[in-house]
Design a binder for this molecule. Structure first.
Ligand SMILES: *[C@@H]1O[C@H](CO)[C@@H](O)[C@H](O)[C@H]1NC(C)=O
Ligand SMILES: *[C@@H]1O[C@H](CO)[C@@H](O)[C@H](O)[C@H]1NC(C)=O
Ligand SMILES: *[C@@H]1O[C@H](CO)[C@@H](O)[C@H](O)[C@H]1NC(C)=O
Ligand SMILES: *[C@@H]1O[C@H](CO)[C@@H](O)[C@H](O)[C@H]1NC(C)=O
Length: 184
């Protein structure tokens, strides 16, 4: 190969590398876009499950009013895994009591039974929650729910708080079957 041809060879070689670099950066920006789309996303089946759960509850104070639209991971009380977008956490603890104690310290606020009752979620827990296969955290405390025993089938749970969540009597024995729960 003479000198001139060698340079030509180098040039094609460099162009090839540039070509690959361009493809690579295009590919990674596509990946980036996909990731962004997922960040807002929510698994449709899980969204349906949450909506069905909501449908069987009454919610006089509108605590579930953000539970509408497509982005279920942004709904109040719902958290998803950042990568898989699976619902991993539902926190529907009634915080009336917490707020009361904060305010009672600050302003000597009186306990308002009607306001407490209004902030309770009521109704039946339906089997729709069982579609949330990655649900590991569930706090339903201080509400007024029936059908707690369905939760015995949520094997993925690691944290469950149902204190004062139910009027249908005590802790269900079947909850001892939730082997992943961290004992506290
Ligand atoms: C998931 O994203 C949220 C919000 O951007 C962030 O606060 C949290 O640390 C992330 N969690 C993980 C495990 O990356
Ligand atoms: C809850 O479910 C039980 C039995 O499935 C039913 O009898 C009751 O009416 C339901 N309650 C509500 C508030 O939907
Ligand atoms: C469960 O919920 C109650 C009432 O919201 C709270 O006082 C308690 O600390 C919670 N228990 C655990 C173990 O997190
Ligand atoms: C625990 O699960 C086993 C197997 O599914 C079942 O036979 C048993 O009755 C359950 N125990 C309780 C207390 O529900």
């Amino acid at each position: 190969m003479d000198r001139c041809n060698a340079n030509l060879f180098n040039l094609t070689y460099l162009l090839n590398i540039a070509h690959y670099l361009l493809l690579f950066s295009l590919a990674s920006s596509c990946l980036h876009l996909t990731k962004l789309r997922l960040v807002d996303g929510c698994i449709q089946e899980e969204r349906q499950a949450l909506l069905s759960f909501k449908q069987h509850l009454t919610d006089p104070s509108g605590r579930l009013s953000s539970w509408a639209g497509h982005h279920c991971c942004h709904w109040k009380g719902v958290s998803c895994d950042n990568r898989s977008r699976r619902v991993t956490k539902i926190d529907l603890r009634n915080t009336y009591e917490d707020r009361f104690f904060d305010d009672a310290d600050d302003y000597g606020e009186e306990w308002d039974e009607a306001a407490y009752e209004e902030s309770c979620l009521r109704g039946n827990i339906t089997s729709s929650l069982l579609s949330l296969k990655h649900l590991s955290y569930l706090d339903l405390s201080d509400n007024n729910l029936q059908g707690i025993s369905i939760l015995c089938q949520l094997q993925s749970l690691r944290y469950l708080n149902i204190s004062f969540a139910s009027s249908d009597g005590g802790i269900h024995n079947c909850l001892f079957n939730l082997t992943n729960l961290k004992k506290t």
